[in-house]
Structure formats: C-alpha cells, structure tokens
Design a protein. Sequence first.
Lengths: 456, 456
Amino acid sequence: MKDNQKKFSRLPLKGMEDFYPSDIRELNWIIEQIRDIVELYSYEEYLGPLLEPIEIYAAKSSEELVYEQSYYIEDKKGRKFILRPEITPTLARMIARKSQELKKPIRWYAIPTCYRYEAPQKGRRREFLQFNADILGEDSLYAELEIFKISIEILTSFGATAEQFQLYYNSRRFIDAISKHILKIPENRLPLVYKVLDKSDKMDDPEFEKYVIDSFQDEYIVQGILKLKEAKNLEDLLKKFDKIPKEFYDSEGYNEITELGDIIKEAGISDYCSFSSSIVRGLDYYTGVVYEVFDTGKENIRAIFGGGRYDDLLSLFSDERVSGIGFGMGVLMLSLFLKTYNLIPDFIGEKDYSDVIYIASINEKVANYTIKIADIIREEEFPCIIDYRFKSLKSQLSKASELGVLVTLILGPKEMEQNQVTLRNMTTNEQKSIDYNEVIEEIYKIFDELEDLEDN
Amino acid sequence: MKDNQKKFSRLPLKGMEDFYPSDIRELNWIIEQIRDIVELYSYEEYLGPLLEPIEIYAAKSSEELVYEQSYYIEDKKGRKFILRPEITPTLARMIARKSQELKKPIRWYAIPTCYRYEAPQKGRRREFLQFNADILGEDSLYAELEIFKISIEILTSFGATAEQFQLYYNSRRFIDAISKHILKIPENRLPLVYKVLDKSDKMDDPEFEKYVIDSFQDEYIVQGILKLKEAKNLEDLLKKFDKIPKEFYDSEGYNEITELGDIIKEAGISDYCSFSSSIVRGLDYYTGVVYEVFDTGKENIRAIFGGGRYDDLLSLFSDERVSGIGFGMGVLMLSLFLKTYNLIPDFIGEKDYSDVIYIASINEKVANYTIKIADIIREEEFPCIIDYRFKSLKSQLSKASELGVLVTLILGPKEMEQNQVTLRNMTTNEQKSIDYNEVIEEIYKIFDELEDLEDN
C-alpha cells in the first residue's frame, strides 16, 4: 500500500465507541461492583449468542424496535438474524431448552453487548453494554422486592442516595384495572393505553394531551389517562376519580400495588421507592409490576434503567408457564448518572504502576540476565516491564519515572558478573546493589517503607 | 399467543453457543488465568466496536476471509459493516487515532467476541471469543521473545508441559530470503508462496505436492517448497539445498531466524519452541516472525493459536510506521486443548454454595424479619438466598441441602418475637437458637469448624 493512498477514518462508526485502557478500567470497575451485588444474592452468570432469528424478537417486542431500530443480517438462504437489542428472548429460549433440569427459582444475570439502529443521543449508543438480572419461577411479590433491593443496592453501593435517584413502580395489572373498571376501556385497547402512557415522560404536558386525545377521542378516557400521568401517589390518584366501583378494589392489579407498597415499607426501602401510575415500560412482554429508576435531578431526564414482571415469556418456545421479573441496565446510562454526582473516583481510569517493577539494562549483553530477573519477579506476582532499548540508562529511568513506577532495577555487565541487582527506589532516588536472590525481599522492604510513609 | 401455536426452536443458531452458568464459570476461569499472565507483563485491556467498515478488513486481510467468510450488515445508505472476524484492524485504527498521546511501546490485550460465516468444525464456531495481546512500537526481537514467553506461560499456567504442546516459529522474511536467493522466485509471487505454505499442514503429502505443482509448475521451485514443509529444523533445511548463495546468509530473514533461535535458547524456553519453515500464518498483514502453537498429540490437529509481527499495520489510517507483534487465541480451541489433557478441574463448572447462607422461614408473617437478617448477612459479604415459599420447612431444608448449602437459618414467629435466629449446620444437622446479632459470629464458627474437619 502506497503512503499517498487515501486513508480510512480513524473514528469508530457513529453510535459506537472505542474503549481505550482508561475506559475499560472504568467500565470493569463499574461492572465488577454490580456483579458483586448480584453475587451476594446468589445470581449466576449466563450468556447467549449475539445473533438470534429475528422472529423471536418480532413476536414479543414492539415491531418498531425490531425492523426499524435493529441491525439484522440476511444469510445465504435469506433467513434474517437480529443483532440482539436486548437479551430477554434469548434468556427465554435458554430456559425453555433446559427447563427440565434447571432448578427453580432461577436467579441469573448477564452482561451482553446489545445493538440498536437508531439516532444516537445522550446515554444511548448503537452499541451498548447492558447488565441484566432476572429471577424466574418465583411468583411471590417478594421476588419484586428482591429485584428492587438489588436495583437500589447497585446504586447505593456507588454512594448514590435517595436524594439522587428514585425507583418508580407501577403494575400493568393496575393499569388494566383502572382501564377496565374505572375508564371502561375495552380490553383490546389495553396495548394502546400502555403505548400512550409510555410516552408520558417523553413529552411535555400540552404535547402529551394532544397525543392522548388523538389516541382515544373519548373525553372521559382522555381525562383519566391524564390523571394517571399527573397523580403524585396512589391516594392522590384514586381521589381524582369520582366513583370507583367495588370491582376495582377487588382486582388483582389494585391489590398487587397496595401489597407491594406495604412490602416496600416494611423492608425499609420506601425512601428509595415511589408509586407512579404513568410507568408502564416500552416492551410488549411485561404483564405485572414494572419499574424505572430515575435521576431526581435535571441532568439525566431518561430513566437510568428499569424492568418488570413477565408471566408468559417462554410461550414462544414451550407450553410451560414460567413467570419472572428482571431488569436491564445500560452501563453507559449508569455511568452518566454516577458522573453527574461525582461517584466515579478519578483514579479509576488511571493505570496503577505502583506495584510494577521496571527493569532497565545498560546493554543488550545482559538481556538474558534481565529476563531471568524478570521471571523471578513475576513468579512472585509483581508485574514487570523490561525496557528493550538496552541503552541510555537516563532515558530508561525517566520513562520509569514518567509511568509512576516506584521500583526500578538496573542491570549491567557488572551486576550480571556478580549475580547482583541494582535496586532504585524511585521516590527517594536511593540505589543499592544486592545479591539477585535478595531482590524480592528488598522490593517488599521498599513497598513497606512507602506504605509506612503514606500512613504517617 | 395461543398455546397451540407453532413453537420456535430452542437451539441457538448453527455455529453459535448458549453459555449456561456452568459454561460461563469455566470460561471466566480460563479468561482470568490468561488475564493474570498478561497483567504480569503489564499489558492493558482495550476493546473496540464489533462493527467496522468492511473496507478496512478487505484491504489488509485475505479477501476470502472478508466477503465469503464474514457476516456483514448493509445500512440504510448501502454502506457495508463487518462483524469483526478479528480485532487487529480495530487495534490499528485505535492506535492511529491517538498515536500522539499513546506512549510506546504499547502493551495491550483484548477479549473480543468475533464472527466468521463458515462451516463450523471442531474448535471453530461462527461466534467465538478470542484473546489478543500485542506489543506495538517495539522493534527489538526481544518483543518476539516476550510474546513467545507469554504464549508459553499461558499454557504452562494451566499445567501443560513441553510434551503436550510446542510453539513453531518462522519468519516471513526468512521465507522471502529462501524464495529470492535460493529458489529465485520473483518478488510478486511471494504472496503465493505464503498462501501455498499456509496450506501445508492442512493437506496430506500427495495432496500438498499436487497443490504446489499446480501453483508453481517449475520443478526446482516445487522441490524447494516441499523441502520447506519437510525440514525438521534450520540445519536440516539448509542441508537440503545444494548451493546457497552468500546473499542468503547476509539476508535480514536468515539473520532474524538465527538470532531469534539464540535468544530463545538463552532465555531457557527452547524446550517449548521449534523452528518450522512451513509456518507462515494465513493473514496478509504479517511481515516478520510468525508462529503457531500446536498440540503435540493427535487429538487436536489445528493450531491452538498463533501470531506474528506486522510492520505496516497503521498504513490504512496513518503515514506513521509502527511495528508490532501479537497473537490471537481462540478460547474454545484453548479449552479443547486443556480438556484433552484434563487440565480443567471438574469443580470449575459447578456453582460453589459453600459460603451461601440459605434462609428458610416458616410463614409469610416473618418475611420482614427474614429480609432484615438477610441484609445483615450480605452486609458481611456472605451470599444469601431467601426461600420465598414461606411454608413446609422440610421442603425448604431439602432444597438447601440439594444445593449443597452448609448453613441454613430457620426463622419463625418465635424467633422473630425473641429477636433470635435458629441456625442449622447442614453437615451435622445440629441446630441452635441464638440472638440475631450473634448470627455472623456463629456462621464464622461453623465455617471454621468445617475447615478444621477438612484439614484433618
């Protein structure tokens, strides 16, 4: 290739990201912290293929999400495979595949990379990492509580407080009860109620009102849906309706929401949780409790993450009925939230060279000796960098110093001949020559001294 | 969706894999061990997007690899994006993008999922995880040695020995020197020499001979290439040629190979390494030393992994010349190799419940108390499972026992009333009731006792 040839762009594709080492350190730090929380609840990791037949998404997700907003591949036989926009359908397939041998309840988590083909915006990229946790085969509302607690503990483990975020919950069954018993909306229009409500926090009031009118016409229904958006809490919502039939109070939805409210209060997490009748979530497969976690400040308007209960997820693959509840958390949205409140320490992105031993050697004749010493050091599990320039000790030391290394070994013909090592404390610039088999001991000594200095 | 509706397949797509928790535990165990090795050499992790413009692969990889054997997506504007078959072009782009600020030498590793669209076979799937490590901006042959040492230490860290695997190295520059000075092959046919040699270990002798004849016709060249396949070592190879001109011995390629042989010997890794004149690697971008690591047994015929030096990788993105050497290791091939020699302990795939505390509660009235106790236990970083069935103590205990839990807490109205906890040692079936704030202390006691038992 000629040098005068046109060069390709050095930038990643739109909506995608290069992760340089400092980015990966931050990412891994966040992920490990989340992983620690779910491991304390004894969740186990799983993962499925990135590619799945597009039909299993088209059947259960919103169609818009699938054909308009997804990447897909056509194979040589014309079959279409989606690059997963989320992992829940894969989870359902995997559970159905081994349902007989899997012991329920199943507590699983996954950290898939997912894809959506839409205009990138703040907190939303076309390629994104999503942390998922689900509990399946557990119908008790205490499963909801467990998922809420995990969601909250993930955020508080980073130092976030109830002043900074709030978990808003609702139940689709509650919306069903309102729709059916109070607003008298025919059952076949329930999906439209969900769809409309899901837009409520994405539009301002006049815009939303127009959208509700266009969707429902009927004045009583329109007013009812606007009440669902406006209500501050369950009491406030119910006060807004003139007459509420007994069937509503007997409904599964009403009882689920009140019972969940009680459980939340008794478990001591009510500071973090609020009922919100406008939360429904965008995905089609939710059937029961749904929730979204929001930044309470103005900085991040979209939900940080959310989830809910699905009662019928396996139906695409199996006749078995397994209910589950889980959440999907975009790691990017989480990190934006954490950065808003300065909850990611600055040093996380920096490589820590404080336990790295740097080896400078005066000429190539000592290369073997250098490698032998490096092996001894790595055997002791200290990371070790050999400078292969084998000349200009000054420039090697300045490189070590620039990196922030604390201990450098200097090796020359004299050291090699006498089986010695010159050890330099980069903080004090003190040097001493020692027998090579004392090198580990001396390194520990320097590290101990430095630690003592820091403690004082 | 009706229950009598046709169900979708529960299997993953051809050539792709579901990772159940036991698979992930094994995978993570392998990856962490590799990561530990490269971290001891102070390599830093990076990652780029899965999707890249297809041109950057078509320009530097074999074209077959790109259009025939890759998955690609066409966007709404008709641009083609590849699902990366390997990450090296992304690495080149990322280095070019920040070349000014990145301090050389650059030691980086990545663990990308990669894709190829070809018939799956043993050790090769369409979706695969590949561990990569590269050192860039270091021209010294000691960079080759470092990469060889890392490659070997990865395998030996799992317990593999020089009897079980061997690293075969060569240099494309050495093949150039043979071709030019001995076989008198015109320079423009060098890529054909690489292509032919790369097939040498994938065909039997007669098949390979026919392939060489079809490719080169000229009898002297054909015989020369067959010698490259047959030679046992460098000495043996050179003996096979009648007259070797002085220019050959002066060539970069010859000197590189002999010098590398010396370095390998002096570094004490010659048990693990052999020169092999038939190794060239399949990718177009290699220019210098190349190597492949093979199982020495008959079980795994393909290379476990390999790598090499590329001198001109950034040229697609930049005029800067940066040389590098690195390897890509399919984690599946590695695990097949390890399994051949029983180097993956059986227990790795099993979930370890030995530090998990199981909480059984007699009825739902104590649910809050249960959650309070679970919080105390998780606070101490013990994983904790609550059984939400709240009935049939017997079935809860049998579930705990089935999982292999060592300590179960039993909570009922009496315990709650008296702020107590009944603690059951699942090994001895001994129970005792204690004050709830002694629970952590008592758990530690049981774990200590069990440890003592194991030690004796």
